[in-house]
Design a protein around this ligand. Structure first.
Ligand code: KG4
Ligand code: ZN
Length: 346
């Protein structure tokens, strides 16, 4: 069964075709990094306009890659799934209207998906043996969550972001150091040349809670930069080596916090499988540390490949497939976007 997925919640316009929830047939992604990088963050109005400009091109590209002709689309595709929320309202609207239009023209059932479910399921697309139950750490630009996936559509959210998400902290520290946007990949890169034990930044564990908070860590980096570079000049006075050391030390604090909490949660909830999802799970330090630590603890670890960590429509089609299989054909053309949509079981 082929599902067409649509993702437009933030700054990636993506349309994918996925077979039986597991095999990516096409996954076209148009990134808006060039548009937002000069502002060091996503500008919502520019994001919606870029989605509007890109969506038809991305649709054509996905169909071409999947070798599906538009006149056969109704026969080949079984349902259209799209991101209903959470995300930027204007950006979500472009995806929703596209999904509704395709559903209307081709008479296809429509499946609304929570963006976070996409991140929960991304690893399923490449690891055939993976199935629930598992513990998933979602670490992205907007969320840091620990979710027990008890079954398809059965979730237990045990910990969530209290303030800045992990990815947001990467982006803000990168901006502070004048390294560019998005911050995650640049900090990841420059950290390879830095000394991660040079500065001991705080580890915000928040025990006994499973929640996450990275705003204090971000402030600790700001205070450190002020103290070494002079209050007014900020990062301008820092050498490349100093920036690399600060980046590596900051990254070390984030990685240790994410891993300690995830491993402890896996033990507490008796989960022997750990899955990662979201843009921050593309981080090279986090990836190697999770694999190493899980091996040591006797846990199985599954990571999506880099292009499935960040936002993409294949993961939305995967989640849509399981929801469609369970709930069957629903004429839900009237569903509305929900920028603050919470993770819910179905
Ligand atoms: O999942 P995602 O594409 O979008 C959201 O749902 O938010 O995540 C984007 C976030 C950005 O904050 C970006 O800086 C971060 O993921 N990111 C990384 C890396 N690649 C992307 N963070 C750390 N290391 C990376 N290699
Ligand atoms: Zn995301």
């Amino acid at each position: 069964m082929l599902i067409l997925g649509i993702e437009t919640s933030c700054d990636e316009t993506s349309i994918a075709v996925v077979s039986d929830g597991r095999k990516v047939i096409a996954n076209a992604v148009a990134s808006q990094i060039n548009i937002h990088s000069r502002y060091s963050g996503v500008v919502p109005e520019l994001a919606s306009r870029a989605h509007l400009e890109n969506i038809n091109l991305v649709f054509e590209e996905a169909l071409n890659n999947a070798k599906i002709n538009k006149k056969d689309l109704a026969k080949k595709i079984s349902a259209v799934s799209y991101t209903r929320g959470p995300g930027l309202a204007g950006a979500l609207l472009v995806g929703q209207i596209t999904a509704q239009t395709l559903s209307f023209i081709y008479k296809l059932p429509l499946v609304d998906v929570n963006h976070l479910e996409g991140h929960l399921y991304a690893a399923l697309l490449e690891h055939k043996g993976l199935r629930p139950p598992y513990l998933c750490l979602i670490a992205s630009g907007g969320h840091t969550e620990l979710v027990i996936v008890k079954g398809y559509g059965k979730y237990n959210l045990i910990g969530a972001t209290r303030d800045d998400a992990a990815g947001e902290a990467f982006d803000k520290v990168s901006k502070l150091l004048g390294l560019g946007y998005p911050g995650g990949p640049v900090i990841d890169n420059i950290s390879k040349k830095g000394n991660s034990s040079r500065i001991r930044f705080p580890r915000p564990f928040l025990w006994p809670s499973w929640d996450f908070s990275f705003s204090g860590l971000k402030t600790a980096v700001v205070n450190h930069v002020k103290s070494v570079s002079g209050y007014k000049e900020r990062a301008k006075n820092l050498s490349r080596k100093e920036k690399a050391d600060i980046s590596a030390s900051f990254q070390d604090a984030v990685v240790e916090t994410l891993i300690e909490k995830t491993i402890k949660a896996a033990k507490r909830y008796k989960m022997n499988t750990v899955v990662l999802g979201g843009g921050v799970s593309a981080n090279s330090e986090l990836r190697s540390a999770v694999l190493k630590r899980c091996r040591k603890e006797g846990l199985k670890a599954y990571l999506p490949s880099l292009e499935l960590c960040t936002d993409n429509a294949a993961m939305i089609a995967c989640a849509g497939y399981y929801k469609f299989k369970r709930l069957g054909i629903k004429k839900v053309i009237e569903t509305k976007i929900e920028p603050n949509l919470k993770l819910q079981s179905w």
